[in-house]
Design a protein around this ligand. Structure first.
Ligand SMILES: Cc1cc2nc3c(=O)[nH]c(=O)nc-3n(C[C@H](O)[C@H](O)[C@H](O)COP(=O)(O)O)c2cc1C
Length: 217
């Protein structure tokens, strides 16, 4: 059975969120190809996963057979998130840029699922080669050649995590300049923002279909 893991992390509801509206378009395209497929959904903004703490982190570095009851309980929560990731044919993530990087709720999820010896640091990781589609919305533009290019810590960070640490394949959809409508200083960029938004929605549908075609029947 085809499985999509869908995470959103925008602070705002879909009606006011660039990333949520694009992840919704991707998911709809995916679901049309897999009406009986499974979508595991997590809204990390409204239901954040816990930050790693000393108990949970130390449980990840020690033999489960020797876990204290406290470590075992904390580790079970971590395993639930890891198993969701491992079960997915494709992962879809809404990752708006907040203060140059990903929302802290998405970072907390990543810290939970990156487990050395299981999802990371091993040749035969169960997540190796799985596709991750990231909708990286941002108020400005950090495209190559723009003045803020060097401040781009969403795509650069997530590429390092998903490709270099987890061995997954990452693909980005980037609705940019989303603040052009609300920031008068960016008014002249509205046409570019509209073009970016339209392209993001087109890309979401195309990539949602492509991800569905790759998934198990
Ligand atoms: C707390 C906060 C911090 C932000 N920081 C940045 C930033 O560093 N760079 C940027 O281009 N836009 C920034 N923005 C604008 C968002 O990236 C933009 O609104 C984008 O559309 C967010 O995706 P969303 O609409 O799905 O929430 C910020 C917005 C918020 C709420």
């Amino acid at each position: 059975m085809a499985t999509l893991l869908h995470l959103d992390s925008s602070l705002f509801p879909e009606s006011a969120s660039a990333s949520r509206s694009v992840t919704a378009a991707f998911r709809k395209a995916w679901e049309e190809q897999h009406p009986d497929g499974t979508v595991i959904y997590r809204d990390l903004a409204t239901a954040p996963v816990p930050h790693l703490d000393a108990v949970t982190a130390s449980a990840g570095f020690s033999d489960p057979a020797g876990h204290t009851p406290e470590q075992a309980a904390a580790f079970a929560g971590r395993l639930e998130l890891i198993e969701e990731l491992e079960s997915a044919d494709a992962v879809l993530i809404g990752a708006p840029m907040y203060n140059f990087t990903v929302p802290s709720t998405l970072k907390a999820w990543l810290d939970q699922v990156i487990l050395m010896g299981r999802t990371a640091g091993v040749e035969a990781s169960p997540v190796k080669g799985a596709p991750v589609y990231v909708v990286a919305s941002r108020g400005g533009s950090y495209a190559p050649g723009t003045p803020r290019e060097g401040y781009e810590y969403v795509q650069n960070y997530l590429r390092a995590i998903f490709v270099d640490m987890l061995g997954m394949e990452v693909d980005f959809i980037v609705p940019e300049l989303t603040m052009a409508h609300s920031n008068p200083a960016m008014a002249e960029l509205i046409p570019l923002a509209e073009t970016s938004k339209a392209k993001a929605h087109e890309d979401a549908v195309a990539k949602g279909k492509a991800a569905a075609a790759k998934a198990a029947a």
